[in-house]
Design a protein around this ligand. Structure first.
Ligand code: PHE
Length: 406
C-alpha cells in the first residue's frame, strides 16, 4: 500500500508515527504576516531591522547585520534540536509540544533552528525573522503559530580586542573551569566582554523601541544552546513581561559550524508579545484578523509611530457607499465630509474613506465616492438601521456641503 504524504511548499514528506501536523496548521504556512506591508508585525520588524542597521556599522558605514525573513519554516529535527545541543529527552521534542511532518522533518519551534546553518555559511552577524509553530493552548496570549526574531553576533579575537582595548585571550587555559557565569573553554575576560556587550546591546534595542523610560530587569535563565543564559523582562503597565531570551553561544555549536576560534552571543524574541505591548493590542489572535477594522489602524502608521490600538467590535460590518458631485460654487474638502459623517453617524461609523474619484471630461464636474463602514459595538446592525443613518448623512451632505448625490 502506498504510504500517505504531507505536502508543504511543493515538497512531499512521507507520513510516519511522528506526523501530527493538521491541515489547519499547514494552512498558516506562507501567510508571512511579518512580510506584509501595513501589518503590525511588519512595522515592528522594521523597527528592529533599523536598530541593527544603525547600531552596527562596518568600516565604511555599511550595516554589518544581514536580515533573513524568507526562510521556510520546514526544518530538520537536527536543525531545530541536535545542532543546538538540545538533549534527546528534552520536553520540546515531544509530539505533544512540536509539529512534526515526520520523524526527520518538522515546523520550526524557534528561529534559532537556522543558527548553525547560517554560521556554517560564514555569517557572523545576522537576524532571522520567521513564523514558528508550537503546540500550545489558545488564549489571548498564546497561539500555535507566532513570529520570532533571532539574532547572532560573533566576534573575532581582533574585534574583542577592539572593544576591550588590549590583547585578550578568548580561551581559558584550564578548559574545565566552567561555572554559573561561564563556559569552561572561554577565558573569564572574553566571557565578561561578550556578556556585557550582549546585555548592553539588547537594553539599547529595547529602549530604542519602547523609550528611555522603560523599566527592565535581567533574570538568569537556562537554554541548551547558550551559557550563561538570561531573560530580559520589561515592565509594561505594571506587569513584568518576558521580552527576550539570550546568552553566550555554546562553543560546541560554533566549533561544529566551523567557527571554533570565536565567541559570540545570540538572542531570540517573540514579535507578537512585544508588538502587543507596543501597540496595546489585547489579543494575539488579532494578528490573524483579516478585519479591516483591525488592519486599517496600522495602514498609514509610520514605522516609528506609536499608537494605541482601538478595540474593534465583534459584530459584523455593514458597508454602504455614497457617491456625489462636488459643488462648483464653493470649495470642498474630504475632511469636511469625514467630520459630517462623524457628526451624524456617531458611534456607528467605524471607518470612512475616499475609494474613487472621477472628473467628467465634458462638464469638468468632479465626483467622489466614499465607503462608510458601519459597525455597532454591542450588537449586529440591521440594514434598516444603517439605511436610516446613511440617509441622514446623505441629506446633510447635500444641505451643508452642497454636494449633489449621484
Ligand atoms: N530560542 C529561544 C526561544 O524560543 C530564544 C533564544 C534564542 C534564547 C537564542 C537564547 C538564544 O525561547
Amino acid at each position: 500500500a502506498a504510504s500517505k504524504s504531507v505536502f508543504v511548499d511543493g515538497k512531499s514528506y512521507s507520513e510516519d508515527e511522528y506526523t501530527n501536523v493538521t491541515p489547519k496548521i499547514l494552512s498558516f504556512i506562507g501567510t508571512n504576516n511579518h512580510n506584509r506591508c501595513g501589518h503590525p508585525l511588519n512595522l515592528f520588524k522594521q523597527r528592529l531591522i533599523e536598530f541593527f542597521y544603525n547600531h552596527f556599522r562596518g568600516r565604511t558605514g555599511n550595516p554589518i547585520f544581514s536580515i533573513y525573513d524568507k526562510i521556510s519554516p520546514v526544518v530538520t529535527t537536527n536543525e531545530n534540536f541536535d545542532s543546538l545541543l538540545v538533549p534527546k529527552n528534552h520536553p520540546s521534542r515531544n509530539k505533544t509540544d512540536s509539529y512534526y511532518l515526520n520523524k526527520t522533518h518538522m515546523l520550526r519551534a524557534h528561529c534559532t533552528a537556522h543558527q548553525s546553518e547560517l554560521i556554517k555559511m560564514g555569517l557572523d552577524n545576522f537576524v532571522v525573522f520567521g513564523d514558528v509553530y508550537r503546540r500550545d493552548e489558545i488564549d489571548t496570549t498564546h497561539y500555535p503559530v507566532f513570529h520570532q526574531a533571532d539574532g547572532v553576533h560573533i566576534f573575532t579575537p581582533n574585534e574583542l580586542e577592539l572593544i576591550y582595548g588590549t590583547n585578550v585571550n578568548v580561551f581559558d587555559d584550564d578548559k574545565n573551569n566552567s561555572n554559573n557565569e561561564k563556559q569552561g573553554v572561554y577565558s573569564k575576560e572574553a566571557n565578561e566582554i561578550v556578556t556585557v556587550h550582549l546585555k548592553k546591546t539588547l537594553v539599547t534595542m529595547i529602549k530604542n523601541i519602547f523609550g528611555e523610560e522603560i523599566e527592565y530587569r535581567w533574570i538568569s535563565e537556562y537554554f541548551p544552546f547558550t551559557h550563561p543564559s538570561f531573560e530580559l523582562e520589561i515592565n509594561y503597565n505594571g506587569q513584568w513581561i518576558e521580552a527576550l531570551g539570550c546568552g553566550v553561544i555554546r562553543h560546541e555549536i560554533l566549533k561544529n559550524a566551523g567557527a571554533g576560534n570565536r565567541i559570540g552571543w545570540a538572542f531570540g524574541l517573540g514579535l507578537e508579545r512585544l508588538a502587543m505591548s507596543f501597540y496595546s493590542i489585547p489579543d494575539i489572535r488579532l494578528f490573524w484578523s483579516k478585519d479591516s477594522g483591525f488592519l486599517n489602524q496600522f495602514q498609514n502608521l509610520p514605522k516609528d509611530g506609536r499608537m494605541k490600538y482601538k478595540p474593534i467590535s465583534i459584530y459584523p460590518q455593514c458597508i454602504n457607499d455614497i457617491s456625489f458631485w462636488l459643488p462648483k460654487e464653493k470649495p470642498f474638502c474630504s475632511n469636511d465630509f469625514y467630520e459630517l459623517v462623524g457628526n451624524y453617524g456617531g458611534q456607528l461609523v467605524e471607518q470612512v474613506k475616499l475609494i474613487d474619484q472621477f472628473k467628467h471630461p465634458k462638464t469638468g464636474n468632479v465626483s467622489h465616492c466614499y465607503r462608510i463602514v458601519y459597525r455597532h459595538l454591542e450588537k449586529t446592525l440591521n440594514q434598516a438601521e444603517v439605511n436610516e443613518v446613511h440617509k441622514l448623512i446623505e441629506t446633510n451632505a447635500t444641505q451643508i456641503l452642497g454636494v449633489k448625490l449621484r
